[in-house]
Design a protein around this ligand. Sequence first.
Ligand SMILES: NC(=O)c1ccc[n+]([C@@H]2O[C@H](COP(=O)([O-])OP(=O)(O)OC[C@H]3O[C@@H](n4cnc5c(N)ncnc54)[C@H](OP(=O)(O)O)[C@@H]3O)[C@@H](O)[C@H]2O)c1
Length: 339
Amino acid sequence: MLNKKRTSRVLSHFLVTFPTAPHTEITEKGEIVYSEVNRENVRKLEAYVEEMASADQISGSVNIQKIQDDVVKLWNVVKSQPEISEEQKSRIKALYDGVVRSLRKAPDNRPLLHLKRRVGTQWEYSSNLTGVYFDVLNEIATSGTTFKDKNALITGVGKGSIGVEILKGLLSGGAHVVVTTSRYSRATVEYYQGIFQRFGSRGSALTVVPFNQGSKQDVEALVDYIYTTLGLDLDYIIPFAAVPENGRQIDGLDDKSELAHRIMLVNLLRLLGTVKTKKASRQIVTRPTQVVLPLSPNHGLFGNDGLYSESKISLETLFNRWSSESWGEYLCLVGAVIG
Ligand SMILES: NC(=O)c1ccc[n+]([C@@H]2O[C@H](COP(=O)([O-])OP(=O)(O)OC[C@H]3O[C@@H](n4cnc5c(N)ncnc54)[C@H](OP(=O)(O)O)[C@@H]3O)[C@@H](O)[C@H]2O)c1
């Protein structure tokens, strides 16, 4: 549901929706069932912003001393077991030391959603930037916002994706959004038509383009279509196309992993490079395109996912290349660390 409010300068858009939260249930048969549920006591976007701004609190008070004592007891039980080998004991001891160390650490008050600033070669949590960010979110929640005259490209917008939720917000705010689909069909077009009918607002437009991000030719044709045929200059690029690579360790890297890496890294860079070339050839130097890079905290932590971590880590080199190469005046970068 969308409300529109006329102000003296621009039309502000409010997205009136119930914020939801992920919910997972394990059935008696052991199946994992995921659903989105309404957030308790959070009926408005403002309340959701407030909830996000408050640091993650563990419900109830935590007695750190008791946890430490229990861990010590657990360790004493473990080391008294004759069937545990010395090697296993030393591994458990190392884990035990780690748990005790982390319990002694000062509590971390950063909200789950926060911004980092680069300090030297490291990225560090910035309470200042995070505060500004939440102020802006609060302003949007209370006064609305607009994407009037803004043009966006989103790849990876299939059902259930993060991209499709971003699409709804951009259309609600009046943007012209170009989305791609690697499954072009009548059903797919009708799916996006349904989204436009529900979320489209004054001035908004939605263009659906068949596209395979694994193809260099498609990348070039897509950007040419946007800049030459549609005559748009992109304000935002959200290059979220991705394919899963689960089940592949280093001895099982196959052609699917290579294709995924090409989609999530090589051709993502090509996409940005092609946009830069179009902007340079049109001498568009005063309105850089904002790119939202889909990063992940998974830098090999989960394992078994082919070249996924390599694709994501490698995107982070762009933050250095932004200043060491010569395209910084055409593209602005922000990294969204998701998960
Ligand atoms: N979800 C998470 O927890 C998480 C965590 C960290 C990072 N990320 C990153 O955030 C981004 C979005 O994640 P998500 O969960 O929304 O992904 P998702 O639901 O898996 O969606 C990815 C989309 O990519 C599109 N796609 C697949 N093959 C393609 C191809 N050859 N060419 C063009 N598009 C193709 C598919 O849409 P169509 O087939 O309809 O085009 C699909 O809907 C990804 O880059 C992901 O790696 C996600």
